[in-house]
Ligand binder design. Structure first.
Ligand SMILES: *Cc1c(COP(=O)(O)O)cnc(C)c1O
Length: 450
């Protein structure tokens, strides 16, 4: 479908431009091929096919240019095909593509681990290990915590999302679409209540006391290897726990020999206006898992933790054929350099400063936004029946669909399917973010009869 004249990311006009309906005829044709070639179990938010992407736009094969407020689910934070990522990948891929780090090693892997150890919270001695996906990182964090503590139990939270492998399905809260019909699930995973201020009204201390009481009464602190939590629940709907909730859990973990794992696969790497979302609450996790935004779109994931924990595993106990692939490591180093040079933490904070007032205006005009929440460029609105906290999943889906038809890619989330989440590339040009918010407002107004 692509032609030799397909534009490069760097040459894409930074504009929203619709030349066909969404999807256009070429995408529709490819969609038909997909149906007969690709498992129906693999879904898609929009039935369009992309031939180039960069800055703040996705160009589809019909020539439509859409504004990207999703970043491929918080992955292309540095922008799609970011120049430093492209250059680093091109250089590495022409030298060697793979050796397996566990067979013969290379510098890029070590350099990424050094960067992770430097950038993650806490100035203690750290070690890292690299994998391919977020789910793999979370699984390995659990393996490491179990080896270190010689305990079995893993504590996770309502609304949590940790992946689609067997262990991480067990750790993930939501049944559809992640778990339904895929059991039985891994044992020794216990779910306790999250702090969800909009729905539970509890302060952080009360919410933490409730969770801790459940752990003490139903599991027993001495049996717990790890508490695993997203500092901001991603797929759960960008739920920011009440202030004090995370520090209380860290304190409890420290007092009871439990490994506290922050799953920052979605919230990490400048997304929230800090290198890691843990920083907003001043917590220092024992282990932190990373993936998504780390490598500008190439598959890479990391587990970073206290040296004594990370080094407690027997030699050969951690690894995988592709983990820390040299091309993915080059991409990560290009991404991290981009984040530092362009100060993408500041860019994420600026995106929040632009978005919040615009979303407040929509909330005031329509009455259907129960809460605007999140941090930095990880912002969401929870959509409710006016004046209540009752979820309105139908309106949420309708707004998303209407935005897609107008050439703005937005994603939904939330246990109740009533959260619209925004994850723009941190490099999105200001005029595109502004235009996307105007489109969003128009769809909200139209669909609520305003
Ligand atoms: C996406 C995600 C994962 C899983 O990552 P994959 O790369 O899809 O396996 C794990 N934890 C969190 C918080 C995520 O957002």
């Amino acid at each position: 479908m692509t032609t030799p004249t397909s534009p490069l990311a760097a040459d894409l006009p930074q504009e929203r431009r619709l030349v066909t309906a969404i999807p256009g005829p070429k995408s529709a044709e490819l969609q038909a091929r997909r149906v007969s070639a690709v498992s129906a179990g693999v879904g898609a938010t929009l039935p369009i096919y992309i031939e180039a992407a960069g800055g703040g736009v996705l160009l589809d094969i019909d020539g439509n240019s859409l504004i990207d407020l999703g970043s491929g689910i918080a992955v292309t934070s540095v922008g799609n095909a970011a120049p430093k990522v492209v250059a680093a990948v091109q250089e590495q891929v022409a030298k060697f593509t793979h050796t397996c780090f566990m067979v013969t090693s290379y510098e890029g892997y070590v350099e990424v681990c050094e960067a992770l150890n430097r950038l993650t919270p806490g100035d203690h001695e750290k070690r890292s290990a690299l994998f391919n996906t977020g789910a793999e990182a979370v699984e390995n964090a659990v393996k490491i915590a179990r080896a270190y503590t010689k305990r079995d139990a893993v504590v996770v939270f309502e609304h949590g999302y940790h992946g689609r492998t067997n262990l991480t399905m067990a750790m993930t809260a939501k049944n559809m679409p992640y778990k339904n019909s895929f059991g039985p699930f891994a044992p020794e995973v216990y779910r306790v209540p999250l702090s969800y201020p909009f729905h539970d009204g509890r302060d952080g201390a009360k919410a933490a006391a409730d969770a801790i009481s459940r752990i003490d009464k139903e599991i027993g602190a001495d049996n717990v290897a790890a508490i695993v939590i997203e500092p901001i629940a991603g797929e759960g709907g960008f739920i920011v726990p009440a202030e004090g909730f995370l520090p209380a859990l860290v304190e409890y973990s420290n007092a009871n020999g439990i490994v506290f794992v922050a799953d920052e696969v979605q919230s990490g790497f400048c997304r929230t206006g800090a290198w890691f979302a843990s920083e907003h609450e001043g917590i220092v996790p024992d282990i932190i898992t990373t993936a998504k935004g780390i490598a500008g779109g190439l598959p890479l994931a990391g587990v970073t933790g206290r040296a004594e924990i990370m080094d407690s595993v027997h030699v050969g106990g951690l690894g995988g054929t592709y983990g820390g692939n040299p091309v993915a490591c080059a991409a990560a180093l290009g991404s991290i350099a981009t984040m530092e040079e362009l100060d993408l933490n500041a860019a994420a904070r600026e995106i929040e400063a632009v978005m919040r007032p615009r979303l407040s205006t929509i909330a005031d005009k329509t009455g259907v936004i129960g809460e605007i929440r999140g941090r930095g460029a990880m912002i969401a609105v929870e959509i409710v029946k006016p004046g209540t906290d009752e979820p309105d999943a139908a309106l949420t889906a309708a707004v998303a669909k209407a935005c897609h038809a107008q050439g703005v890619v937005v994603l939904t989330a939330g246990t109740y399917g009533n959260v619209l989440r925004f994850l723009p590339p941190l490099t999105i040009p200001a005029h595109l973010l502004d235009e996307a918010l105007t489109v969003l407002e128009e769809q909200f107004l139209a669909l609520t009869g305003h």
